[in-house]
Design a protein around this ligand. Sequence first.
Ligand code: NAD
Length: 526
Amino acid sequence: MSAVLSFPTTSEEIISYNPATGEEIGRVPNASAETVENTVEKSRRAFQMWRETSYRHRAKFIMKTREIILSEMDEIARLVSDESGKPVAEAFSAEISPTLDLMQYFARNAQKILKPEKINIGQFKFLGRSSKIIYKPLGVVGIISPWNFPLAIPLGEVVMALMAGNTVVLKPSELTPLVGLKIGEIFEKAGLPENVLQVVTGDGKTGAALVEADVNKIMFTGSVATGKKIAENAAKTLTPVVLELGGKDPMIIFADANLEAASSAAVWGAFTNSGQACSSVERLYVEKSIAEKFTNLVVEKTVKLRQNLGSEETTDVGAMVSENQLKIVEDHVADFEKSGAKILTGGRRNENFQGTFFQPTVIADTNNSMRGMREETFGPTLPIAVFATEKEAVELANDSDFGLTASVWTSDISKGKRIAEKIMAGTVMVNEVLYTHGIGQTPWGGFKQSGYGRTHGKLGLLELVAPQHIHVNRNTLLPDVWWFGYSANAIETFRGFARNFATGSLFQTARLAPQLLKRIKELKRK
Ligand code: NAD
């Protein structure tokens, strides 16, 4: 008999529960708007000091923090698993390990990525001018994060923001506040100066207060609905935002794919983290000629998955994070059934547990008009549809409001790459699924309703700095010919600029020399 777990939270405090067992695991403050404002104010003061530190100095703290994570790895993995419900194995593989890699990469490379860049300004350089871009820290960066990767998502962003010279206020999800606080605690142990990173726990209201606290940027990861509210709220103060939102990621399997590998990838891509990844495989399109064989392989592998408490080492699929999230999955599965799709395995809550477990579910005979193929499910379901041609596969994949990641499976790599480029998604993988958030060097972010802006990689780091253009004129002896003192002669010069200089050709510009001299003489006379 399954108990419906309800997770009450008072306005002053957030209670954190283990979703697999329903046990309370801690209580944290539900920070008020006033607390958030004070926190941001302290962050602003700390920024005046932190912005002046060298990359080497910042890297020292990141590497020290990294060491602490390594030394407390088991305890951290256990906390992540207890608070989110995910298998402890995934706390290591999808949270701790990729984040440690990201930490060393940005500690060692942020300076190189953000080094000043000279700009080629074409013929202006012959006038004694030069231009370069330098990258300045923004100030206080507010990070608002979800519960599904409670360590990897916020910690990676914290590291990048700090390396860029910003101070950070992190508001973790109200479902995983203890992991959020742990991030703060680890940096504190590493000796990070006071207020350079602060963690404020709380619910959506606390998050909204952070958006309204006049921070210099908001890095938001979460649902489309919240992302829209944040964008609207941030517009009032013109606070820039990066929005990492939901997904409905397609996986396309061609008949020439390695079906053994593709079926294992589909099962992992759909059910890892109990399907609660923004880049989960949520729509699978398989070529008609191999659909039956492939579907059988998927079902065979799904029924072998071991569903259990996340704390068990052999658990493949753990609990879902909350009753609310599980209800969405139940609704989508019910709608699939009502619309004529066929549940091949799973389809129900797993009654062997008290917590929020939903059975890994494979669904056949689906099509893009069904609700579970259009809205984000964010749970352990794998709906399968068939296609006949390459063109149809691309059309089906692109027929979505979302565009986070996608994957194409074929043994013909050129075909894979060609199709990848036709798919509207921020990341398209050939013969891989889901995992590139784990490669800190690559950009992460979506098209369409999956959001805008990027985290990770060079593009992600550039979101955390203000590019400043420095322009120098080494030639102040001569006046600029476009300055005041307009005349028929001036206009003739400007005509020449339009006809000759603006061609970008030095040869053409040379023809302008007599007119330029005439204009300079005219200006000198004034
Ligand atoms: P959510 O939108 O409910 O909450 C995310 C965060 O926003 C939480 O910290 C929450 O407290 C805060 N929040 C809520 N209302 C707010 C408001 N009005 N103003 C400011 N902050 C507010 O999302 P969730 O349920 O925690 O996460 C699941 C969603 O996140 C899914 O849609 C998933 O696809 C998405 N996600 C996206 C990515 C990505 O990289 N694109 C990664 C992980 C998760």
